[in-house]
Write a protein that binds this ligand. Sequence first.
Ligand SMILES: N[C@@H](CCC(=O)N[C@@H](CS)C(=O)NCC(=O)O)C(=O)O
Length: 134
Amino acid sequence: MVFIRWILGRIILLLDFLTSPKALVRDPQQQALLDQQTAGMALYQFQACPFCVKVRRAIKRHGLRIETRDAKNDPLFREELLTQGGQLKVPCLKLVERDGKTSWLYESSDIVRFLEQLAGPEEQDTPAARPSES
Ligand SMILES: N[C@@H](CCC(=O)N[C@@H](CS)C(=O)NCC(=O)O)C(=O)O
């Protein structure tokens, strides 16, 4: 059973690698603003978990910069997720509000929806938004 799960995990990672989405490129000022908003965020995840892959792909697709934390192999992150988040379940997005309050968002679909709202409309990926080549 463990072996089958390991194989499935490798297949998921391979498919993710082969079909990795293109990262959105936006105007540098807009990106800097967004980076400020995501600076306090962290995604607690397992590398080969399909729900985590779904969220990581959304992060990449929307051109977001969010730290990922391995809650399977790192005992500190595992403990943080369990004691502060409330459940040892991934993916989970840790959010730090402006007032310093921390909240923990579980459920991949809810996280993806939140990231989509944060990133804004995708039509920002226009040639004008890309850094000029010289
Ligand atoms: N419905 C959840 C499913 C998440 C899920 O089942 N994650 C697994 C890893 S792939 C997990 O954390 N299992 C541990 C547990 O449920 O205690 C989602 O979409 O995020």
